[in-house]
Design a protein. Structure first.
Length: 222
């Protein structure tokens, strides 16, 4: 997704969100793993990684390896069952109407989330890609892995592109691989988050709705 054209209205702020268990109520790779009959194994690895007990890149490779041989047709089935977190689509709508640039930065996968992101009005998406050959998962990730450092770099690049100071950047996430981007933002929001993220967040939201983040966007824009 491309940057706003030159001469467009001034940007109010930058809203960057994690996807799994933040923008979505689910973990994308677990939904895919269910079709391979390995969801329980993948969930165990995911949980340990989000608590910060495992290196994210290693954990992702281990989870994707369990999907080897799966038919790529399952991706459409997974896209059909995605559930946005309550309030998040309204949050994005309000942010866009108020002049915010919106981005999803995910340890999940483009093949699953891009369509939803486009339909939701998201401006930018950064995520991993499955390696698929002859219509089947190879059990590998295609290209560089999007980990915590990559999420932070994306936030910083967008801030530079749109000339948004840190004070007007809001980042939202739930797990250990969101630490760096929350620390780089003027307002870091931990949503129903693991302890390792709460300890670096400016705000902790424990309700069901991400619309609870809206007052913090308003405050950041002042």
């Amino acid at each position: 997704m491309t940057a706003a054209a030159s001469g467009s209205p001034a940007v109010t702020g930058l809203l960057v969100s994690d996807v799994d268990s933040t923008f979505l109520t689910q973990e994308v790779i677990e939904l895919v793993a269910e079709h391979a009959g390995v969801r329980d194994q993948v969930e165990e690895i995911t949980t340990a990684a989000m608590r910060g007990e495992l290196d994210f890149a290693q954990s992702l490779r281990a989870r994707v390896a369990l999907l080897e041989g799966l038919d790529e047709s399952v991706l459409e089935q997974v896209r059909q069952v995605l559930v946005p977190t309550p309030g998040v689509l309204e949050l994005v709508r309000r942010a866009k109407a108020d002049g915010w640039i919106t981005a999803l930065v995910s340890g999940g996968f483009h093949e699953v989330i891009d369509e939803l992101a486009a339909n939701s009005g998201i401006d930018h998406v950064l995520a991993n890609r499955f390696e698929i050959v002859d219509g089947h998962f190879t059990g590998k990730v295609s290209g560089p892995i999007i980990d915590g450092a990559a999420k932070r770099r994306m936030l910083e690049e967008l801030a530079t592109t749109y000339d948004v100071p840190a004070a007007r950047i809001v980042a939202m996430g739930d797990g250990a691989n969101d630490r760096e981007m929350l620390q780089a933002a003027g307002t870091g929001i931990a949503f129903r988050a693991k302890p390792t993220l709460r300890e670096v967040a400016d705000v902790a939201l424990d309700g069901e709705s991400l619309l609870d983040a809206w007052p913090h966007l308003l405050a950041a824009a002042r």
